[in-house]
Write a protein that binds this ligand. Structure first.
Ligand SMILES: Nc1ncnc2c1ncn2[C@@H]1O[C@H](COP(=O)(O)OP(=O)(O)OP(=O)(O)O)[C@@H](O)[C@H]1O
Length: 236
């Protein structure tokens, strides 16, 4: 019997582009099921571009890549929604629909991903809100919530379809340090229950407090703390 399982993310000799510009090249790494990985690098080093390629917002044109059992190379557009159901995406700017309640924001995503049964929708919403500690917030409007609470709703939204991995692009960037720490604890809790996390961050304090594997974008390459030592100083 084999105990090895397919990685959630696997990149081989991948290049990442923005238009005609090569942002990163010779990218090779795997992320295994349930792993927590930081993604660091100076502003403009390619973190967001890498994440966008992983969630198929940018096409994978060079090399081989797979995420949640979907091959990214030549991924047909119609497959993208199916890939997105297996992953959760969390941005720094919350991207909640501000004119809809929390429950309506979450219902919107469930409907868009094929949930039809009203009682199941209601139950799933209450489960994810409970998970992020905001079970009383369903009927609130986003503007009635603090920044940290809004970020929790975004995390709840990302959890709706029980993703294999969360891609988070600076999820604590706009939050004050104490709230950022609470959000980080929530990510760790989610990770402990089996969801892999790839988190882009500039938050050196958080990395120090919760040391994990680090991928670093630098000079057009991705360094991997599992493969080589590198410094996290100098603005990453
Ligand atoms: N939509 C775009 N079109 C063209 N070039 C882009 C686009 N988005 C980003 N770039 C360029 O790609 C490079 C990498 O940017 P990217 O946003 O991936 O970096 P980052 O490491 O995420 O930066 P930050 O920490 O500031 O978010 C930069 O040179 C940037 O100017």
């Amino acid at each position: 019997m084999s105990f090895t399982s397919t990685p959630v993310v696997s990149l081989r000799d991948v290049a990442i582009y923005q238009d005609v510009n090569t942002i990163l090249s010779s990218v090779n790494f795997d992320i295994t099921k349930g792993e927590f990985v930081y993604l660091v690098g100076r502003t403009g080093s390619g973190k967001s571009s890498l994440l966008k390629t992983l969630y198929a917002d940018l096409p994978l044109l060079t090399g081989h890549g797979a995420v949640a059992d979907f091959k990214l190379t030549k991924l047909p557009r119609r497959q993208v929604p199916y890939l997105r159901r297996k992953i959760g995406i969390i941005f720094q700017d919350f991207q909640l629909l501000m004119d809809r309640s929390v429950a309506e924001n979450l219902t919107f995503v469930l409907r868009a991903t094929g949930w039809k049964d009203k009682s199941k929708v209601k139950q799933r919403i209450s489960e994810v809100l409970m998970r992020v500690g905001l079970d009383a917030a369903a009927s609130k409007m986003p503007h009635q919530l603090s920044g940290g609470e809004q970020q929790r709703i975004v995390i709840a939204r990302a959890l709706l379809n029980e993703p294999m991995i969360l891609f988070a692009d600076e999820p604590t960037g706009n939050l004050d340090p104490m709230v950022a720490d609470e959000i980080m604890s929530l990510f760790l809790e989610i990770n402990n229950s089996g969801t892999a996390v790839l988190m882009a961050t500039h938050n050196y304090e958080i990395i120090n407090r919760y040391p994990k594997r680090v991928l670093k974008c630098a000079d057009g390459k991705v360094l991997d703390s599992q493969v080589q030592e590198f410094t996290l100083m100098n603005g990453f």
